[in-house]
Design a protein around this ligand. Structure first.
Ligand code: FES
Ligand SMILES: [Fe+2]
Length: 356
């Protein structure tokens, strides 16, 4: 490799590959169907399962006994809500405790390392901290019991990038018109930071072909970031009476690859004009699910446009910005609190950010 190539490679990551935060592990429905999931996640091998009461557990994938991998590809299974090791049959409950072995009392100190877990709107998240800190910020409340929303649909991408790059799109309003073709893009109000919570609101218009016709959509979007792994966008479509919740979930896998998950659910917010969407004849429930599917496919197209850039871009610590750019540097300062080497003390970091 030439020195120029190696410099470009070194510059690809802004800093540590695994910033602290809450990261997506799996969909709740996928966990229910597959029973036991294994995954490389933030440089760790993890397994996830749930017991008969629905309590979800995300744990270190290696058995405390003699180190077998506990995942299904090695032969791990879930029986009566407990994870059973394929090597000697030790059984672990969702608290991580070994509760039985086939031939001797369970050793009291046989415990799996657990990750703090949150289940929200059909998605399972777990807390990651490089320095082993307990969660120092929380995710918003689960809203899955609110009426009128479709189930969450999920789409998965695998790419070579860092969550800071994909999440930076939340404030990079200039790219919305250039790469995605949106127009009349306006930032609404100030981008605000309150500890780990960043809010950015904007409006835009876009044209899309739909059932063979071209439609213009007017959209308001409020993005809420909670770290680099969790980005939530509250979207109101003004042309079609539709609200949608949209998540962009960036999860570093092994230091090279990152998983990007798009999640979406919609709610009809009024009477659907059949001349606009051509779906007025469908039962409301079916129409909402179809519209969620179409919204997701539209977002997939947007991500397909971003992917070639994300897969190869480098980190510019001092980017040369224009007056059309969004609050890129504010976002960069916001991100520093999630890198352990910057944590002179979480309280001090949060105070500094509150002054920005
Ligand atoms: S290595 Fe898991 S039971 Fe022995
Ligand atoms: Fe984008």
């Amino acid at each position: 490799m030439s020195s120029a190539e190696s410099t470009a490679q070194d510059d690809r990551l802004p800093t540590a590959p695994f910033p602290d935060g809450w990261y997506f592990v799996t969909g709740r429905e996928a966990l229910r169907k597959q029973t036991l999931i294994e995954k490389t996640w933030l440089g760790q091998e993890v397994v996830a399962w749930c017991d008969d009461e629905g309590t979800v557990c995300v744990a270190d994938a290696y058995c405390p006994h003699l180190g077998s991998h506990l995942g299904p590809t090695t032969g791990g299974i879930v029986r009566d809500g407990c994870l059973v090791c394929p090597f000697h049959g030790f059984e672990y409950d969702v608290s991580g405790q070994c509760v039985a072995t086939p031939s001797a009392p369970a050793p009291k100190n046989a415990r799996l390392g657990l990750f703090e877990t949150r289940v929200m709107n059909g998605m399972v998240f777990a807390w990651w901290s490089s320095a082993g800190q307990p969660p120092y910020f929380t995710l918003p409340d689960d809203t899955s019991d609110e009426d009128g929303w479709t189930p969450v649909g999920l789409r998965y991408f695998r790419l070579t990038t860092h969550p800071e790059y994909t999440t930076e799109n939340s404030v990079d309003i200039a790219h919305l018109s250039h790469i995605h073709g949106y127009f009349d893009v306006h930032q609404i109000g100030a981008v605000t930071v309150d500890g780990a919570h960043l809010v950015s609101a904007f409006e835009f218009k876009r044209e899309r072909s739909f059932l063979g016709r071209k439609f213009r959509f007017e959209v308001s979007a409020v993005t809420h970031l909670y770290g680099m792994g969790y980005s939530f966008v509250d979207i109101t479509e003004h042309t079609v009476p539709l609200r949608s919740r949209f998540w962009v979930l960036a999860t570093p896998l092994d230091g090279t690859y990152m998983e990007l998950v798009l999640a979406s659910q919609v709610q009809e917010a009024g009477r659907v004009n059949r001349s606009i969407v051509g779906l007025g004849f469908l039962p409301k429930r079916m129409r909402a699910r179809l519209m969620n599917h179409m919204m997701l496919e539209r977002q997939v197209k947007d991500v397909d446009q971003d992917l070639p850039v994300w897969n190869r871009k480098i980190f510019r610590p001092r980017p040369v910005l224009s007056s059309a750019d969004g609050k890129i540097m504010l976002f960069r300062r916001y991100c520093t609190q999630f890198y352990p080497e910057n944590q002179t003390g979480a309280g001090e970091t949060l105070k500094t950010l509150a002054r920005m």
